[in-house]
Design a protein around this ligand. Structure first.
Ligand SMILES: O=C(CO)[C@@H](O)[C@H](O)[C@H](O)[C@H](O)COP(=O)(O)O
Ligand SMILES: [Zn+2]
Length: 191
């Protein structure tokens, strides 16, 4: 059993190294775009399914509350939390629309919209990225190796490995890096 633990650790480390070297420039560009949107009064909308829904909520909380430096709250909403909105859309229309309807209702031009999908193919994430793009929002896909989301989003942050759990471990690392970079751009006096 200890070998499983050791192998998992090694796989996670290797996955993160591969993800960072594949996305370092895109992370900097995305952080700049997020900071620009927030400075202009925009917000960050984030969504995904399962573990990625948890990641969406986790990252949105880092912006609204704080990450590592004391600073004003930053506008971010995870579209994965309101069960009345999600169940009514899923029940009255279709589960594929649970995020896109929220983007249509809440999103504004120049907001940054982040869709997280380890497969890159979840229909509700794809649909929401499309609606965001139609609304003039900047779209970012967090995926595994790519998928349909990569064909839609303005920027795709990949985790070039095949295991969903390893992809998610890369996503939350890169999500935290974005939080840190945005804070350093917006509040340089704090560093
Ligand atoms: O967290 C895990 C697996 O580690 C699962 O809950 C996973 O998030 C779910 O199967 C999702 O439905 C997968 O969707 P996606 O990441 O492919 O868009
Ligand atoms: Zn998971």
């Amino acid at each position: 059993m200890i070998d499983i633990i050791t192998q998992t650790l090694e796989a996670s480390v290797e996955a993160k190294k591969a993800a960072i070297s594949a996305n370092d420039q895109r992370l900097i560009e995305t952080a700049r775009r997020m900071a620009e949107s927030l400075t202009a009064g925009g917000k960050i909308l984030i969504f995904g399914n399962g573990g990625s829904a948890a990641d969406a909520q986790h990252i949105a909380a880092e912006f609204v509350n704080r990450f590592q430096t004391e600073r004003i709250p930053l506008a971010s909403i995870a579209l994965t939390t309101d069960t009345s909105i999600i169940t009514s859309i899923g029940n009255d229309y279709h589960f594929d629309e649970i995020f896109s309807k929220q983007v249509a209702a809440l999103g504004r031009k120049n907001d940054v919209v982040i869709g997280i999908s380890t497969s890159g193919n979840s229909p509700n994430v794809i649909k929401a990225l499309k609606v965001a793009a139609q609304g003039g929002m900047h779209t970012v896909a967090f995926t595994g190796k790519g998928g349909q989301a990569a064909d839609i989003a303005d920027t795709t942050i990949t985790a070039p490995v095949g295991v969903t759990a390893r992809i998610q471990e890369c996503h939350i690392l890169m999500g935290h890096i974005l939080c840190d970079l945005v804070d350093r751009i917006l509040f340089p006096e704090n560093f």
